[in-house]
Design a protein around this ligand. Structure first.
Ligand code: IPM
Ligand code: MG
Length: 370
């Protein structure tokens, strides 16, 4: 069958590409304290993206006004990463936009719409791959329950890396999942280093290694290997299904601290965790690599809110939490702390509907506190 031959041929190409990716994986980490100017790219995205990013930009300019004036921080708006432009050009990230992105050190990014089906890859996935943002860090806290979780989600592999490159044969479709030694080791190191630096005593690995034996099996095995360098930290491993149940088990959930997971399980479990914290509109997300880092809201572009005319009621707290993570990442600790404490104290309630405050009203109140 011609289709079968073509599929086998393209499988070979995919494997060769992945081997080249592995070869380019190890890089030096950038040191922000050694940089004269740190350039922060601001990307609006689409849907509710421009609404929340407008407020995030205002807050950032207020927080960093002195450094912006002194030239040690530069804010650079980046246009053109919206669904209209991407669809018109038929590409996930237009080349000139990617070039502007690469000229920045870190990015604050509004959500970008991912078209369902078709061939176009999610802009997030493209960015994570092109900038090799391998660690997706998502903190969730519920102080009244003593919950202080941080999720370390592998961000460049798993089902995502070839998600737009599956094959369809007559009567069936096949997608691919990729797990590499180096890719697993670097996310595991990042998670354990975080645990050590922050006095966490437990890291929980989450996979479905009973079913995905090769890929998740490797992930679990390598995470346990890395764990041997952190003898003070307790390590356990779980399957994703029971962990999804654990998170809604009030008697158990506050015992978890740091989660270490492959890409897709991390995607799913972090939405669940964010919902427990108060909604996906409340959680920030860092995408960190050795050279670049991108900070964003955990949620999508909410096209339905725009269609229903509710855009101005979008909740900016998720992108603002991401903004605090960005400030921490570039070593601006006091600005990060001021923002975090203002976020914790801001009394304005945004619900995403007309019964709540607008995005702007929330930012106004926050800036008063700052
Ligand atoms: C996320 C989002 C993305 C993902 C989408 C937009 C591609 O859900 O950041 O969690 O699946 O990773
Ligand atoms: Mg998600």
């Amino acid at each position: 069958m011609r289709e079968l031959d073509m599929a086998c041929e393209s499988f070979r190409t995919l494997l060769e590409e992945q081997m080249r990716r592995i070869a380019g994986m190890e890089q030096e980490k950038v040191d922000f304290s050694a940089k004269e100017t740190v350039t922060i790219g601001l990307i609006d995205g689409d849907g509710i993206g421009p609404v929340i990013m407008e407020q995030a930009g205002r807050v950032l300019r207020q927080l960093l006004s002195e450094e912006i004036a002194a030239g040690t921080i530069a804010l650079r708006p980046i246009q053109g990463l919206c669904i209209e432009n991407r669809m018109a050009l038929g590409v996930s990230i237009p080349a000139p936009v990617l070039e502007q992105i690469r000229a920045c050190d870190v990015l604050l990014k509004g959500p970008t719409t991912t078209p369902m089906g078709g061939k176009m890859e999610s802009a997030n996935v493209t960015l994570r791959r092109e900038l090799d943002l391998y660690a997706n860090v998502r903190p969730v806290s519920i102080p009244e329950e003593g919950i202080d979780w941080v999720f370390y989600r592998e961000n460049t592999e798993g089902e995502y890396v070839l998600g737009s490159r599956g094959v369809a044969l007559p009567g069936m479709a096949v997608d691919f999942k990729v797990t590499t030694d180096l890719g697993t080791r670097r996310i595991a190191r990042t998670a354990f280093d975080y645990a050590r630096r922050n006095g966490k005593s437990r890291v929980s690995i989450v996979t479905k290694a009973n079913i995905m034996k090769k890929t998740d099996g490797k992930f679990t095995e390598i995470c346990h290997q890395v764990a041997q360098d952190y003898p003070e930290i307790t390590v356990d491993d779980w399957y994703i299904d029971i962990m999804a149940a654990n998170l809604v088990n009030p008697g158990l959930r506050n015992q978890f601290q740091v989660f270490l997971l492959p890409n897709l399980y991390g995607d799913i479990l972090t939405d669940e965790a964010a919902q427990l914290q108060g909604g996906v509109g409340t959680a920030g997300s860092a995408n960190v690599g050795d050279r670049f880092a991108m900070f964003e809201a955990i949620h999508g572009s909410a096209p339905r809110m725009i269609q229903e005319g509710l855009g101005e009621f979008a909740n900016p707290s998720s992108i603002l939490r991401a903004e605090a993570m960005l400030l921490r990442h570039i070593g601006r600790m006091s600005a990060a702390q001021r923002l975090e404490s203002a976020l914790a104290r801001c009394p304005v309630r945004v619900t995403g509907g007309r019964d709540g405050a607008t995005c702007r009203a929330y930012a106004d109140a926050l800036m008063e506190i700052l």
